[in-house]
Ligand binder design. Structure first.
Ligand SMILES: C[S@@+](CC[C@H](N)C(=O)[O-])C[C@H]1O[C@@H](n2cnc3c(N)ncnc32)[C@H](O)[C@@H]1O
Length: 249
C-alpha cells in the first residue's frame, strides 16, 4: 500500500525489563531491510521528562526509523527548517567573503529532535497513556508528504497523526484496537473542526529555566474547509459507498 515516493516512519523506544533495556529499533531494523526498504535517518527524539532510574541512567529518548520505498522519495526540507543558531555568520574567505553563509530559510533540523513529551501539564494531554506531541508528527508529515497525500497510522492511539496530517491538508486514515482511544481521536478531530483544539506550536522553544528563548503560547487549530472539499478527506468514520466485505472461503 506504500506509494513509490512514500515513507514509513517507525517510532519506538526501549522495552525495559528488570532494569535491562531492549532497543526495539535495533531488533526491528532487519525486518524492514529484508523488505528492501531504505533507511534514510534514525531520528533520535530527545525529551526531558520520564521515570527516574535508580540502577541505570534515566531514559530520555526514543527513535524514529525513517524508511523510503525507493530512491525517488518526497522530502521537503524547506518546510521544516529551523532558525540558524548563528544567523549572522559569514564566509571569512573565498568569493563569498563577507556574505552570510547560512541558508536564509533556516537550517536542517538534523536527526536529533528535542521536543517535549506529552506529560500531565502538556497542553495536548488526553487520557491516552503514551500520546505523541503533535509537533513531532508535524515535522514528519511536512517533510515527507505533499498537500493532499494520504497518511496512514495503523496505531492511531489518541489520533495525533491524524491531527497533524489534517491540519496541513493531508488525508488521514488509521486503525486503533481500543474503542476508548478511537473516541479520543474522534473528539480531537471534532475539536479541530470547531477550532477549539489547542496544541503546542512547533516554533516554541524547549523550556529554559533561565528564561531565555521564545515562550510562544499554545496555538488553537481550526481545520480549513478545503480539507473536505479540495483535499476530499472522508467524513469521520463514514462508510465508503462501494465497500464490500470479502467472504471467507
Ligand atoms: C504508542 S500508542 C500510539 C500513540 C499515538 N501515536 C498517539 O499519539 O496517541 C500505540 C497504540 O496502538 C494501539 N494498538 C496496539 N495494537 C494494535 C493493533 N493490533 N491494531 C491497532 N491498534 C493497536 C494501542 O491501543 C495504542 O493506542
Amino acid at each position: 500500500m506504500l506509494h513509490p515516493q512514500g515513507s514509513i516512519c517507525w517510532q519506538v523506544g526501549n522495552y525495559v525489563k528488570n532494569s535491562e533495556i531492549i532497543p526495539l529499533d535495533i531488533l526491528l531494523y532487519p525486518i524492514f531491510a529484508d523488505l528492501n526498504l531504505h533507511l534514510r535517518n534514525r531520528i533520535v527524539w530527545h525529551f526531558g521528562h520520564g521515570l527516574h532510574a535508580k540502577k541505570r541512567f534515566s531514559g530520555r529518548y526514543e527513535t524514529v526509523l525513517w524508511f523510503t520505498k525507493t530512491d525517488q522519495y518526497t522530502f521537503n526540507l524547506d518546510a521544516v527548517r529551523i532558525p540558524q543558531k548563528y544567523p549572522n555568520k559569514r564566509y571569512f574567505k573565498g568569493p563569498n567573503k563577507g556574505q552570510k553563509s547560512g541558508n536564509p530559510l533556516g537550517k536542517n533540523p538534523s536527526d536529533i529532535w528535542e521536543i517535549p513529551n506529552v506529560k500531565a501539564n502538556h497542553v495536548e494531554k488526553t487520557d491516552h497513556p503514551c500520546q505523541f506531541p503533535v509537533e513531532l508528527i508535524e515535522r514528519l508529515v511536512l517533510s515527507m508528504t505533499n498537500d493532499g497525500d494520504w497518511v496512514f497510522d495503523p496505531f492511531l492511539g489518541s489520533g495525533t497523526t491524524a491531527i497533524a496530517s489534517l491540519m496541513h491538508n493531508r488525508k488521514a486514515i488509521g486503525a486503533e484496537i481500543m474503542e476508548e482511544y478511537i473516541q479520543i481521536t474522534k473528539d480531537r478531530i471534532i475539536d479541530a473542526e470547531k477550532g477549539t483544539l489547542r496544541i503546542r506550536p512547533m516554533e516554541r522553544e524547549v523550556y529554559d529555566p533561565n528564561g531565555n528563548g521564545k515562550n510562544i503560547p499554545p496555538k488553537t487549530i481550526k481545520l480549513e474547509k478545503r480539507y473536505r472539499t479540495e483535499i476530499q478527506q472522508q467524513q469521520l468514520f463514514e462508510k465508503p459507498e462501494n465497500y464490500q466485505q470479502e467472504e471467507e472461503q
